[in-house]
Design a protein around this ligand. Sequence first.
Ligand code: SAM
Length: 266
Amino acid sequence: MTVMNDGGPLCTFEVVTLFPEMFAGFVGTSLLGKAIAGGLVAVHFTNPRDFGKGRHRAVDDTPYGGGPGMIMSAPPLAAALQAIADARGPAHRVLLTPQGQVFDQARARALVGQSRIVLVCGRYEGVDDRVGQALCDEELSIGDYVLAGGELGAAVIIEAVARLLPGVLGCGMSVADESFSAGRLEYPQWTRPEVWRDRAVPPVLLSGDHQAVARFRLREAARRTRDRRPDLLARHPLGAEEIDALREETDAAAPAGRPGKKRPGP
Ligand code: SAM
């Protein structure tokens, strides 16, 4: 299955998967669907089953040393990767595995520099260890939990990278202030109605004072990061402006809903 190939995409994703049908809705929907339709992004799928062994096109085998389950074997994956290279040229190759480096926004930004990215999805009890070593440029995990396959991880990486490509986000949308863009969570946001269930939008946001709004947002991003993700602050310490802003009296700008506050009822 191939989705969009022509028109010089900014990034082409090649997904190596036993279950390309898992991506059917994903590649046709919302931001990614539009990016593909507009020719900014292309996604191709290659099924290692097409390169499997014997009449049953086997792609897995029992683990050396014994143990439960089956392991995806190297030759069909190598053949799939070779077919992709032959058809469309070299690419940065990523193996999805819970044992890889954890994928984050910085890694997404780094991958934006790649014009072609292959995402190899494992299944069963995993993939022959030599695939990562001999055939891939890096191994990425999407978090410290174990999924049944790499397909959801591939989708996560595709969406996180694609939305950073120029022109993919709709006009007016920006990645500049987003969570993790500068080692901070984003400031909280509100929309109409102005008061909802006795919770009012912070008055400063209605003031029309752009400087005051910017300062409020700087402070709330710093506060939220400090309260929810101190690990980010350890890597990106608070700057002088943020420290000053956090010291300020916040009465007028107190957020309507505090993190962790219990819902009173439905
Ligand atoms: N036995 C392996 C282990 O304990 O490390 C787990 C194999 S998992 C059941 C099967 C496949 O799902 C993996 O080869 C990988 O491609 C994918 N997978 C599972 N969890 C993942 C995660 N957190 N990040 C990326 N891929 C994951």
